[in-house]
Design a binder for this molecule. Structure first.
Ligand code: SAM
Ligand code: SF4
Length: 462
């Protein structure tokens, strides 16, 4: 499989259209209210009874943050009132109880992810309590094979938090860093001295965490190639196993706090492209491989290994292993993937609570995948995760003739083929090193919904 990457600015400029990031296919705009809590419960129960029992993956969305970072586009609630978190925990417990009833006890939770917002907004005792709640309603894997991960804001941990998380079974950690430059940090209202991040990394390593990820963003105010190079050097001093380098999505119409960012301070398109080029060169020189869609990893990290083994999956958290697990989602806005369905929880806390008060699961929309959706999901997932599609393997899994179903899609890729971005030959589609930053453009050729939906709501490639 192709893990190399070639940066070609002229090609990137030419292909810089808006498009989905394919954390799911079909994408969230296709979800509808026809898939409600009852339909979800039925779908969930139908996944029981497999031989051997299918493991579960749990996602818990903790929406709270202490302060707001101006750039933030996450689903979050900024509050200094901790009682709001306690109220949330009360309801999370009810949700876990309702969800837990749907799944047989032989279904081990081999993968767990806490995302947000900021999961460590919860105090140490409450983090412990959440794990107790989950352990009461689900069978949490206590073996070394488990993959339990958590998103951490290094500014929001107490001295004992990371050791406690290790004790609770977490073994992967993701740190929000964004940028180490003090001026950039001030401009986005996120002051986070290098030492604070370094301390979190050190504690994670000392407490048995196997993999540390940093989130960085490029395109933030006051960033230049020079400042960003220094940020990368500082990140590399700590040598995280994984790095996510996100392109700043500036959508001030949608995210009010982004209006606090002065447009004049934002790097222009040419500077952003130059920052991306520098980043790719610096990280590959330092030994990282490009996984796809913003993600880099050291070659011996399980993400890079899973990619070489062909077992990587794309999900709502980015990339992950264990594609075969059913994903059960808890908390407001959380999205699950159970059987051949997607399901999303209510977004507003009050609505989420009201549903649980009525004794019902807070699922408000979703989608049951058709055979055609499942086929295209498989192709798009192969592209996003492994940068290739083996036609015979798809034909065997879905009982179709690839050329008959996807003749149009392959024709749509002729331009990219002529530009040396993909190769279609001998029953395979391969994304070439020059096309790897344009995975979503390749995937879009296989998306049956794009023609009807338009593309205005999506962010740009670069
Ligand atoms: C839920 S936060 C991570 C955990 C924690 N809240 C923190 O900030 O440390 C998820 C990540 O999304 C990224 N992010 C947020 N807003 C973004 C935006 N507008 N454009 C690109 N990336 C963004 C940031 O890198 C952030 O670390
Ligand atoms: S980046 Fe993280 S800490 Fe900052 S507002 Fe967003 S979710 Fe909260």
């Amino acid at each position: 499989m192709e893990q190399r990457l070639v940066f070609d600015p002229e090609i990137l400029r030419r292909y810089d259209v808006s498009g989905p990031r394919y954390t799911s296919y079909p994408t969230a705009p296709q979800f509808h209210e026809g898939l409600d809590d009852r339909a979800y419960a039925e779908a969930a129960q139908s996944t029981n009874g497999a031989e051997p029992a299918r493991p579960l993956s749990l996602y818990v969305h903790v929406p709270f943050c202490d302060t707001v970072c101006f750039y933030c586009a996450c689903n979050k609630v900024v509050t200094g009132n901790y009682q709001r978190a306690q109220r949330y925990l009360h309801y999370l417990e009810r949700e876990a109880e309702l969800q837990g009833e749907l799944f047989d006890w032989d279904r081990r939770v081999g993968q767990l992810h806490f995302g947000g917002g900021t999961p460590t907004y919860l105090g140490d005792e409450d983090l412990r309590r959440v794990m107790e709640i989950l352990g009461r309603h689900f069978r949490l894997d206590d073996s070394d094979a488990r993959e339990f991960s958590i998103e951490i804001d290094p500014r929001a941990v107490r001295p004992g938090t990371i050791p406690l998380l290790g004790e609770l079974g977490f073994n992967r950690i993701s740190l929000g860093v964004q940028d180490f430059d003090p001026d950039v940090q001030r401009a986005v209202n996120r002051i986070q001295p290098f030492e604070v991040t370094a301390k979190a990394v050190e504690q994670a390593r000392a407490n048995g965490f196997e993999s540390t990820n940093f989130d960085l963003i490029y395109g933030l105010p006051l960033q230049t190639v020079e400042t960003y190079t220094r940020t990368l050097e500082r990140a590399l001093e700590l040598r995280p196993e994984r790095l996510a380098i996100y392109n700043y999505a500036h959508l001030p119409q949608m995210f009010k706090t982004q209006r606090q960012i002065r447009e004049a301070d934002l790097p222009d398109a040419a500077e952003k492209l130059a920052i991306l080029e520098t980043t790719i060169k610096r990280l590959t020189d330092a030994g990282y491989v490009y996984i796809g869609m913003d993600h880099f990893a050291l070659p011996d990290d399980e993400l890079a290994e899973a990619q070489r083994a062909g077992t990587l999956q794309r999900n709502f958290q980015g990339y992950s292993t264990r594609a075969e697990y059913d994903l059960v989602a808890l908390g407001p806005t959380a999205i699950g993937k159970v059987g051949a369905t997607y399901s999303q929880n209510l977004r507003e806390l009050d609505a989420y609570y009201a549903r649980l008060d009525a004794g019902r699961l807070p699922v408000f929309r979703g989608l049951a995948l058709s055979a055609d959706d499942r086929l295209r999901r498989d192709v798009i997932s192969e592209l996003m995760c492994h940068s290739r599609v083996d036609f015979a393997a798809i034909e065997a899994r879905h009982g179709i003739v690839f050329g008959e179903v996807f003749g149009d899609a392959l024709r749509r890729l002729q331009g990219m083929e002529a530009d040396g971005l993909v190769r279609i030959a001998r029953g395979r589609l391969d994304v070439l090193p020059r096309g790897r930053l344009l995975l979503r453009n390749v995937a879009m050729a296989f998306d049956a919904y794009l023609a009807t939906e338009g593309q205005q709501r999506y962010s740009k490639v670069v």
